[in-house]
Design a binder for this molecule. Structure first.
Ligand SMILES: [Zn+2]
Length: 235
């Protein structure tokens, strides 16, 4: 029994390593998705800024053509002014000219405002682009490391599974069955040493009688608290 326990301890160690690698591999898709989202968000942010600039440029061009149209109206009014006959007509054309000038002054204000926002947004975009490239570089590097981890994890898993198979062959069928049952129940370790009457699986005291029996290694014992297979840790 002592030898069997030794084999099961080895088996448990290998299975714990397998579980550790598996759970590390399981969280990787989530990590990847977070990194991808970070990139997507940064891209969206840049696209939004770009379409804002496009919009403002369009508005600027519309204002500019309004401005030009007003200028040609102004020229026409000024030509008319030279040919007027009555004072009333003169006053009315003067008013027309003033109105056009006032309108164009507003258009000019709008154009300047657009230019200011375009300039500020473009400056922001340069910084954003730099930041984006840095983020992308960092994320690409992280992904590369993750990719290497996956590769190594898979290699380790294959090795451990092979080792597990060759060790499991030497475990007594009945003991193996119990090991698997307990492992399913605890969802972790199925076997734990007992040191100074304490089960290291659950840190609880086992009865003195059981502790004495454990030292004889003559049968499989289970912790009365956590149900793990237990063995005398001081051998
Ligand atoms: Zn226990």
């Amino acid at each position: 029994m002592r030898e069997q326990i030794g084999i099961v301890v080895q088996l448990q160690e290998i299975e714990s390593n397998i579980d550790k690698i598996k759970s590390a591999l399981e969280v990787i898709p989530g990590k990847m998705a977070i990194l991808d989202k970070e990139i997507r968000d940064a891209e969206q942010d840049m696209e939004m800024k770009k379409s804002l600039v496009d919009e403002l440029r369009k508005k600027y061009r519309l204002n500019e053509s309004d401005y030009q149209a007003n200028l040609s109206m102004l020229r026409k009014s000024q030509e008319k002014l030279a040919a007027v006959k009555t004072n009333k007509e003169y006053q009315s054309i003067l008013k027309e000219i003033d109105d056009i000038k006032a309108k164009n002054s507003l258009v000019e204000d709008e154009m300047l405002k657009s230019l200011d926002v375009i300039e500020a947004t473009e400056k922001g975009m340069v910084a954003l682009k730099k930041e984006f490239l840095e983020t992308k570089e960092r994320i690409d590097r992280e992904k590369e490391i993750i990719g290497e981890k996956i590769g190594q994890g898979e290699i380790d898993l294959a090795e451990l599974n092979e080792k597990r198979g060759s060790i499991a062959k030497n475990v007594d069928k009945d003991l193996m069955l119990k090991f698997n049952t307990v492992k399913g129940l605890t969802k972790g370790t199925a076997i734990a040493p007992v040191l100074d009457s304490i089960c290291l699986g659950c840190n609880m005291n086992i009865p003195p009688q059981m502790y004495n029996e454990l030292q004889r290694f003559d049968s499989i014992k289970f912790c009365p608290h956590c149900q793990r297979i237990i063995y005398w840790g001081k051998a």
